[in-house]
Write a protein that binds this ligand. Structure first.
Ligand code: SF4
Length: 357
């Protein structure tokens, strides 16, 4: 056991923080002050916690830490989308992408966070999937991405407003359902109104189709949105694009989602990446309608963001429009995701891959 290791306060829920504070001989209410500094103000230095005594700040600095990840590099696109490359304590690197909702100065933002370093699923079209898997992130490292991004954004926009980031999507590097417990813990922390205060309905978990995770999520009594990366409606193609489909083929996925909806009454979002000549034909659109229509669902069409070295291209806008029109005419709730951050290669894993070169 390393006696010099400091206690990590980031990732503690209020009750855990209170236990820690009482254990070091301080009154319990101090935990609420510290909690607010960490989660509402994204402060990691105890010396900035100005309502604590000097002695307590010194003591905390000796025995504890708040490891909000360091932003190593960032890129800002012309549409205001920012991509952060963050460094964790063990020097591993992850990405988060922050997307403004509009071009106004006081715009709210959606933050896309990572749940793993690399990803074991290995989707054929994905820069992260092609770079292998290193490890799962801890809940504090997911919460840390939100706080680190908020801090960085606040600096740039000269704002300490807590609501700068209003939505969080678990859609960055990694398959969230393969790191289920830490993901759920991070959601509970992000959702606390006394801290980061992201509403459950403003949180989305995206899975490539891990049924075990979908079944567990159905039991959580959470109001978060479940998004499923579908990308193909026949097993032969989906096996090639998303290898997890071999374990959980479409029929099983479809059944699990039906069960999820019976238990939660919540709408599911299907992400459908449009890859030219691969899954963008009218037959593909027909299959998609057949699969999705019996469910309470939205479809998000995403024209592919090309990745250097991978053999996939984006369909023409005419092709995207035809695909969209077919779904819309069939009565499916469908949107085309506006391309964000194209000039900074905002697709997940691209900045990290480039930085490793
Ligand atoms: S698309 Fe998602 S699940 Fe697939 S390899 Fe990339 S990060 Fe993993």
């Amino acid at each position: 056991m390393n006696m010099n290791k400091k206690t990590e306060l980031l990732g503690m829920e209020i009750s855990e923080l209170e236990n820690f504070i009482i254990a070091i001989g301080e009154p319990g209410f101090r935990s609420r002050q510290i909690y607010k500094w960490i989660y509402a103000k994204a402060v990691s230095s105890f010396y900035e916690m100005s309502d604590l005594s000097r002695d307590l700040r010194n003591q905390l600095d000796d025995i504890a830490q708040v490891s909000i990840p360091r932003v190593l590099k960032q890129r800002v696109a012309t549409d205001g989308t920012r991509k952060f490359l963050m460094e964790l304590e063990d020097k591993k690197r992850i990405e988060s992408v922050i997307i403004p909702h509009n071009q106004k100065k006081d715009s709210k933002h959606t933050l896309c966070i990572s749940t793993q370093v690399g990803c074991p699923v290995g989707c054929a079209f994905c820069a992260t999937g092609n770079s292998g898997f290193q490890r799962n992130l801890k809940a504090y490292e997911m919460v840390g991405q939100v706080l680190g991004s908020k801090r960085e954004l606040g600096k740039r926009l000269k704002s300490r407003e807590n609501g700068l980031i209003s939505n969080v999507v678990y859609m960055g590097m990694g398959e969230p359902m393969l790191n289920y417990d830490e993901v759920i813990k991070s959601i509970r922390i992000l959702n606390d109104p006394k801290g980061v205060n992201i509403g459950q309905r403003h949180i989305t978990i995206s899975t490539s189709g891990d049924i075990k995770g979908i079944n567990r999520l159905a039991q959580e009594n959470l109001q978060v949105t479940l998004a499923v990366s579908l990308h193909a409606c026949n097993n032969e193609l989906r096996d090639q694009l998303i290898p997890l489909n071999r374990k959980y083929p479409l029929e099983k996925l479809r059944r699990a989602l039906g069960q999820y909806q019976r238990l939660t009454s919540r709408r599911v979002t299907f992400e459908y990446l449009l890859l030219q000549g691969i899954n963008d034909s009218l037959e593909d659109a027909q299959r998609l309608v057949k699969l999705v229509k019996p469910l309470l669902a939205n479809i998000n069409l995403i024209p592919y963001n090309e990745v250097e070295g991978l053999p996939f291209t984006q369909p023409s806008s005419e092709r995207v429009r035809q695909f969209y029109n077919y779904l819309s005419a069939a009565g499916v709730n469908v949107t085309v995701r506006e391309e964000k951050g194209a000039d900074i290669e905002a697709a997940c894993g691209q900045l990290r891959a480039e930085y490793k070169r």
